[in-house]
Write a protein that binds this ligand. Structure first.
Ligand SMILES: [Zn+2]
Length: 177
């Protein structure tokens, strides 16, 4: 997705491509940071849908620490966009605006990921350790269907969330032009 947006910019240079690119990268970064740092939270995550307490790392769970990490990851991408744009002389937006766009779009994308994880993402259960998993094989055994749409794998959820984050960032264009 990032490469397609880069090609778009190469063919028709416009700040819109940059915004969408930042939104996509902010989302994947926010999602990763939220999962990794959120797992360190001493308080267990809660379902983004029902508020029910979940096991750490479960798709669809959110925590304060994870949300803060998502925001920080998005802001970092925004700052990076400003820095690299500055270095190569691409059309510049101010640092604060890039940071704001990265933070908002990354958080929005990560929340979209959690929402899809809690609703339609394919979840399977491991017959050995009884954990909710996203993979076909766990603990050396074939996992069992639990819930969700069969085609809505974790990868598809990530793709859709990234596109969503990109669109959120793209909406920032109304504040620029
Ligand atoms: Zn297992």
């Amino acid at each position: 997705l990032g490469m397609l947006l880069c090609l778009g910019y190469a063919i028709w240079p416009h700040v819109a491509w940059q915004l969408a690119f930042v939104g996509v990268m902010a989302t994947v970064t926010s999602d990763t940071w939220a999962t990794e740092f959120g797992s360190l939270s001493r308080k267990p995550p809660r379902s983004v849908l029902t508020g029910k307490v979940l096991a750490p790392g479960t798709s669809g769970g959110v925590s304060v620490l994870g949300t803060a990490a998502a925001l920080a990851g998005g802001i970092l991408i925004g700052i990076g966009a400003w820095g690299f744009g500055h270095a190569v002389g691409m059309p510049e937006l101010p640092l604060w605006l890039w940071a704001l766009i990265g933070g908002i779009s990354g958080s929005a994308g990560a929340f979209a990921d959690s929402y899809l994880g809690a609703t339609v993402q394919l979840m399977r259960s491991c017959p050995v350790c009884k954990r909710e998993v996203e993979v076909d094989t766990h603990c050396g055994q074939t996992t069992v269907y639990m819930r969700g749409w069969h085609w809505m794998s974790n990868d598809r959820v990530n793709s859709i969330s990234s596109i969503f984050g990109g669109l959120v960032a793209l909406a920032g264009i109304f504040f620029i032009l």
